[in-house]
Design a protein around this ligand. Structure first.
Ligand SMILES: *[C@@H]1O[C@H](CO)[C@@H](O)[C@H](O)[C@H]1NC(C)=O
Length: 327
């Protein structure tokens, strides 16, 4: 794993990203997996986050593990999370204009534990992390400044997907088997995660926010078309495992449309941007179903913006786009 990252990142002067930030995040995913395994109960912590969602004990544990890990990475100047959506110094005593020991300066934006609604039945949940060049993600061009994304997937196994799009090098997407806590024994499962080209013998669809089909004729028609064409449903209700399903199988489409009555729920900074980078680095597309624009095309005005999502195999995203935007 380490040598793979080194060959990619070190020629581009990304010493800290390679030796500090990414290893710290992978270790953290291992620690979160362990903390989940050891949590007999997943219970309300009695608090709500800034979005008004009630917090679980395991959300808070994951948040704290990531914050602690980032505080030890000197190149990470600022961090913000879905639990605390304000960019602030990643450690006490570090300021946003600190000169880091190398020329590298990062801000990290993360959703510590995505899938709160399916965690009690012990379904697969995930962590979503975006790594940005500079001390802020706000008003930056997401397609250029978000240079890395990491997903942690906590199921029967713990795995991670890393995507990197560092200026000067080819974009890449890899799948990692995450070792046990403290062992730092992470291994590359696949060094080049790529969505396949057609033809496909099966086609997968993951229709999130399916209730919106009751209000949107276009969504209803698209779902009906998937069924008529005998697509295979693969949907758990966890954004991370549902998107990772397509990445592992090599094709598929994930849809979370927005209608008047069912508004956008996915956070651009903490969910959509990292997922979009990963899907793009795997050769797919990620668009906003409202206007068909790439998720990564529009800068962020503030940390709590939300939107819908269509992502996956480029051909499938184009089909869904024209169906959903059909006047
Ligand atoms: C949850 O599932 C994991 C395997 O995915 C298992 O190791 C663990 O014991 C399960 N926990 C509970 C409380 O069912």
């Amino acid at each position: 794993m380490a040598s793979h990252l080194k060959s990619m990142l070190l020629p581009n002067g990304r010493t800290e990203l390679c030796n500090s930030v990414l290893p710290a995040l992978l270790d953290c995913i291992s620690d979160i997996a362990k903390s989940l395994r050891e949590s007999q109960h997943v219970s309300q912590a009695g608090t709500t986050n800034a979005f008004g969602d009630s917090q679980l004990n395991v959300d808070i544990a994951a948040e704290n593990l990531i914050r602690t890990a980032l505080a030890k990475c000197p190149s990470v100047l600022t961090a913000s999370s879905e639990e605390e959506p304000v960019e602030r110094p990643a450690s006490d005593g570090r300021t946003v204009d600190d000169v880091s020991p190398t020329s590298e300066k990062y801000t990290v934006a993360f959703d510590p534990l995505d899938g709160s609604s399916i965690i009690a039945p012990n379904w697969t949940v995930g962590t979503i992390i975006g790594i940005w060049d500079g001390a802020s993600a706000i008003h930056q061009q997401p397609s250029e400044k978000q240079i890395g994304a990491v997903l942690g997937i906590y199921g029967p196994r713990t795995t991670a997907i890393i995507a990197l799009r560092v200026p000067g090098s080819e974009p890449c997407c890899l799948e990692i088997g995450v070792g046990g806590s403290g062992t730092q024994d992470h291994q590359v499962i696949r060094s080049n995660v790529q969505l396949a080209d057609p033809p496909f013998t099966t086609r997968y669809f993951a229709p999130a926010n399916l209730r919106a089909a009751a209000e949107s004729e276009n969504y209803m028609r698209l779902i009906t078309k998937y069924m008529e064409k005998k697509y295979t449903l693969r949907y758990s209700g966890g954004l991370v495992p549902d998107v990772v399903h397509a990445l592992v199988k090599g094709h598929g489409v994930y849809l979370s449309p927005v209608t008047g009555a069912s508004e956008a729920k996915l956070r651009r900074l903490y969910e959509l941007f990292p997922i979009a980078l990963i899907v793009e680095c795997a050769g797919g597309k990620a668009i906003d179903p409202v206007d068909g624009e790439d998720i990564l095309s529009r800068p962020l005005e503030n940390c709590d913006e939300t939107a819908g999502l269509v992502c996956g195999t480029a051909e499938e995203v184009d089909i869904a786009k024209s169906a959903l935007l059909h006047a």
